[in-house]
Design a protein around this ligand. Structure first.
Ligand code: PLP
Length: 467
């Protein structure tokens, strides 16, 4: 076959220039710019060439332009975009944990737009310290002598151990050598901090005498870790932090308590089970307490270190602090979030995490009842949609056994594949809807659904994404 003959079918394909004259291409040029539009047209022409080889019809220039415009629109869709978290897990690590309060969003936005006195002492007109922006609030809310902030709680634990126990022993109960998920494993963090792990006790029972017998000249810290996402039940024993604090004080070794989620308020106020507060951990005598910003606290990702001023000063002198420091945007959001805690009576209205956790089941069930017909309509025939009891989770290792009674929609179908396909179609919506497939149903727990109208508008696109 002569080369010309081989090429013949492609001859009819329009040139890039020809396609650029189509109205869809003009709109794409306007929206996406020339290089991206030309590249998309080239890609579509190349695909059309492949299709011709397998016997497809010759496309018209306007079809190529439309295909290129669709490709560009897809490419322009941000990777970081909102989803509906209907998993029932309020603090879902894979969905970005806490939603920020409006006050925090405003503060962060203002900080993004403007220069701020981040490390600048406005009164003295000289260099200041970024921690000083939130130190006062943290001291007030926790009762600690001093405080500092780093990138996340993993960073807080790392720098604390590296500073206080680097090259020395860190005593920890065998029952507290935990893995939190997301690759946070206590033994690994301790090793990376340069601490020698000195395990005491057993998986289920650790006694005061185990700690006391393990203390020696090499001991850098006594470490207590909140076993956030699991519980050992039955024949168990652990030493209360207050008793460990006494031992630590007697031997002149700091007690570090990693609370993990760590809340600043008593959750029983909002109908939830008690989770140790940071103020309690400080009052029990821990020399350092570490906790997260984006778990129960309901702020941006951050790691807080509060406690004795001399130890915080040592931590701040560690060069790691520079590597773990947080930026002005999050610092602004943290300050605004912490301020909300000064008015606990209105906290549940203002802090989305707490609002979602405290939302009564009856209210969620009423919402489910209201949305049911429209959702049944949107998913189409063959599916049955019913209001169902759900058990929400707090998530992120807080109160792991606490199932919060909730409600939602259970969508069922006689064919198993239809459910998987529906779950996939829900994830492909303009605002992806993330539910759970369990017990032969797609379950949408409505605890975290704020924008019901937006949710229904979004569902209207379901037909489109299924085609
Ligand atoms: C979640 C958790 C961490 C890690 O905190 P991040 O803020 O996710 O880095 C550390 N320790 C405990 C006990 C935790 O629960």
């Amino acid at each position: 076959m002569a080369p010309d003959q081989h090429k013949a079918p492609f001859r009819g394909l329009p040139s890039v220039d020809r396609v650029l004259h189509e109205s869809a291409a003009a709109a794409a040029l306007d929206r996406h710019g020339r290089p991206a539009t030309v590249a998309a047209i080239r890609d579509c022409l190349s695909e059309a060439r492949d299709a011709l080889r397998s016997g497809a019809a010759l496309p018209e220039p306007d079809e190529i332009a439309e295909a290129a415009a669709a490709r560009l629109a897809e490419q322009a869709r941000p990777h970081v975009r909102p989803v509906f978290n209907l998993t029932g897990t309020v603090l879902h690590t894979n969905l970005g944990r806490a939603l920020l309060a409006e006050a925090a969003i405003k503060a962060a936005t203002a900080a993004m737009r403007s220069a701020i006195a981040l490390e600048y002492d406005l009164a003295g007109g000289k260099r200041g310290e970024r921690d000083s922006l939130v130190r006062g609030l943290l001291r007030e809310l926790t009762g600690a002598e001093d405080a500092t902030v780093v990138n996340n709680n993993a960073g807080a634990v790392l720098i604390t151990l590296a500073t206080l126990a680097g090259g020395r022993g860190a005593i920890i109960s065998r029952g507290e050598l935990i893995e939190i998920g997301g690759a946070f494993r206590m033994p690994d963090i301790m090793a990376r901090a340069g601490a020698r792990i000195h395990e005491v006790g057993t998986t289920n029972r650790t006694h005061f005498r185990d700690y006391a017998g393990a203390m020696d000249d090499d001991t850098g810290v006594l470490l207590k870790v909140h076993t956030s996402n699991y519980r050992i039940e039955g024949f168990t024993a652990e030493v209360p932090a207050a008793e460990l604090a006494g031992l630590a004080r007697d031997r002149g070794v700091p007690l570090v308590n990693d609370l993990g989620s760590g809340t600043l308020v008593d959750l029983t106020r909002y109908g939830l089970t008690h989770e140790p507060t940071v103020a309690e951990a400080v009052a029990e005598g821990a020399d350092i307490v570490t906790f997260s910003g984006d778990k129960l606290l309901g702020g941006p990702q951050a790691g807080f270190i509060v406690g004795r001023a001399d130890l915080i000063a040592r931590i701040n002198r560690n060069p790691m602090k520079r590597a773990l420091r947080i930026d002005k945007i999050r610092l602004a959001a943290i300050e605004a979030t912490l301020r909300l805690y000064r008015d606990p009576d209105r906290l549940a209205d203002r802090l989305p995490t707490l609002r979602h956790l405290a939302r009564p089941k009856a209210e969620i069930a009423a919402l489910a009842e209201r949305l049911r017909p429209a959702v049944a309509d949107a998913v189409g025939p063959g599916f049955t949609v019913s209001v169902a009891d759900c058990a929400s989770q707090i998530g992120s290792g807080a109160l792991p056994q606490e199932a919060v009674q909730s409600a939602g929609l259970a969508i069922r179908h006689p064919a198993g594949q239809a459910l998987a396909a529906l779950a996939a179609a829900l994830r492909a919506l303009p605002v992806p809807v993330i539910g759970r497939v369990a017990e032969g149903a797609v379950i949408l727990d409505l605890r975290c659904l704020d924008d019901a109208a937006g949710f229904l508008r979004n569902l209207a696109a379901l037909d489109g994404v299924r085609r």
